[in-house]
Design a protein around this ligand. Structure first.
Ligand SMILES: Nc1nc2c(ncn2[C@@H]2O[C@H](COP(=O)(O)OP(=O)(O)O)[C@@H](O)[C@H]2O)c(=O)[nH]1
Ligand SMILES: [Mg+2]
Length: 261
């Protein structure tokens, strides 16, 4: 049987842990066509991700300890087995990866590799400083040395994606825009991405023309006191999380895996 290796990647705070929590809960409850391959006792780390999802609290950054990469495997009645890996970029791992000092991906990958790349934060005026016409007196402004901290997330995402494309041959790539509940109803994922991250959008369209851009709301909404009741009800009837794939809303998060396996 073919095993598809799926890497869920994205900057710190891009929604990886929340997505895995929601996904693991749906699979555990038998609400999808996927089931776990691993023994239940090996799934304890997943509980650290779906428990906060269930209790409507953000996932603690250190939930998974210091393990570099966290993995679990899924199977379907028919079709391939899937191994999902989520590298946890603790501390400076991300910067190490894009400055080529990281071995996160050195021994990663197999016959068939797929990438789910999550993006959550968009600077709505990213890179626009290039178009400023007003000339100020710049004489006394200090010149900062180049530092990753000072770059926009669009640039960080581009550098990360570039490294990922260099390390592994990806059979398929999906771009997931996390926290889609913030934009749903106003935008379609592809249009939103093109408008808010044009540099990254064109990079992807050029190098990975088959890439799908989807919206992901793993939480279902912002965690706010006045939404708790509604979110709990939606958890009960499996309508809390959703994906926007081909401009249609689907509540089964595992459909993201059907896109890549
Ligand atoms: N509104 C909203 N916020 C989200 C969603 N998913 C994640 N977030 C928030 O984004 C932040 C980072 O999420 P997390 O899963 O920890 O990102 P990670 O660092 O990539 O694992 C947290 O504060 C989450 O509450 C979502 O679907 N909707
Ligand atoms: Mg995380």
């Amino acid at each position: 049987m073919v095993n598809v290796n799926v890497l869920i990647a994205g900057l710190i705070g891009s929604g990886k842990s929340t997505l895995i929590g929601a996904l693991a809960y749906a699979i555990k409850m038998g609400k999808s066509s996927y089931s776990f391959v691993d023994r239940p006792e090996d799934l304890t780390p997943l509980a650290k991700l779906y428990k906060p999802w269930l209790s409507l609290t953000p996932v603690n950054r250190t939930a998974l300890g210091n393990s570099e990469t966290f993995e679990f495997s899924l199977k379907k009645e028919v079709g391939s087995q899937i191994t999902i890996s989520i590298p946890d970029y603790a501390g400076e791992d991300f910067e190490r990866l894009i400055s080529k000092q990281s071995d996160i991906l050195n021994h990663w990958g197999g016959e068939k590799n797929a990438l789910i790349f999550l993006i959550k934060d968009f600077e709505l005026d990213a890179l626009e400083e290039a178009f400023v016409t007003e000339v100020e007196n710049k004489e006394n402004l200090p010149i900062h040395p180049f530092s990753l901290e000072l770059t926009t997330s669009q640039v960080k995402n581009l550098l990360l994606l570039k490294e990922l494309l260099k390390c592994v041959r990806w059979e398929s790539v999906v771009i997931g825009i996390s926290a889609w509940d913030r934009y749903d109803g106003h935008y379609l994922p592809d249009t939103f991405f093109k408008e808010k991250a044009p540099v990254l959008y064109n990079y992807i369209r050029h190098y990975l023309p088959k890439t799908k851009v989807i919206g992901i709301s793993a939480q279902g909404a912002e965690y706010a006191e006045n939404l708790r009741q509604e979110l709990s009800e939606r958890t009960m009837n499996n309508t809390r999380s959703w994906l926007v794939i081909n401009n249609e809303r689907v509540h089964d998060l595992t459909k993201i895996l059907d896109l890549i396996s």
